[in-house]
Design a protein around this ligand. Structure first.
Ligand SMILES: [Zn+2]
Length: 187
């Protein structure tokens, strides 16, 4: 069976993809264990677990990069340049929106709640970076043709103006500013 696996550049990217693809029963979460396996002579990462909704075994297999890098602790990194093979720009925007709902300023610095909120804002910032990766070098916006999924196209269609490079950069900078302010309070 020759299957072309899609590349998960980091564990974080694989988890985000799995979160966006729920079980047939509708449950999105499942406790995953991962292992490195060989597929057609190449190394791949395999995630398995049981769906808590229906008990079905869930499995995802991704290609892994030749050069596996680990992001520095406390940072969120989905890839190291280039475009995601797992999510399109609209899906990354969907992810950024979902994680940007965290309100870190509500939490007392140094608490688990504050750390979790920080992680969510860092995820939103990294996801905006992934949207930006889909803006071609000579263009000023994400091209609609680059969207591969229904969810991505729906997110784009809802507010196409958000996919302009300058707006994407402003939003990402806003998230990064929130992180800087949080870190200043905790330091
Ligand atoms: Zn299920």
């Amino acid at each position: 069976m020759a299957t072309t696996l899609r590349l998960a550049r980091t564990n974080a990217e694989a988890h985000i993809y799995m979160d966006l693809h729920p079980c047939d029963c509708g449950e999105g979460n499942f406790a995953r264990t991962s292992s490195v396996i060989e597929v057609d002579g190449d190394l791949a990462s395999r995630y398995v677990g049981v769906c808590p909704g229906c008990g079905q075994q869930r499995e995802f297999v991704f290609a892994i990069p030749e050069d596996v890098r680990l992001p520095p602790p406390g940072s969120v990194v989905f890839g190291y340049g280039g475009q995601s093979e797992l999510l399109d720009a609209g899906e990354w925007m969907f992810v950024a929106d979902r994680y940007a709902r965290a309100t870190p300023t509500k939490h007392t610095p140094g608490t688990d709640a504050a750390r979790q909120a920080r992680q969510q804002v860092a995820t939103a910032a990294a996801a905006m970076g992934e949207v930006l990766a889909f803006v071609p070098p000579d263009a000023d916006a994400v091209p609609f043709e680059s969207l591969r999924t229904d969810r991505g196209r729906a997110t784009f269609d809802a507010q196409p103006g958000r996919f302009y490079k300058d707006r994407l950069e402003v939003i990402r900078a806003t998230y990064q500013q929130i992180l800087t302010e949080m870190d200043a309070k905790t330091a």
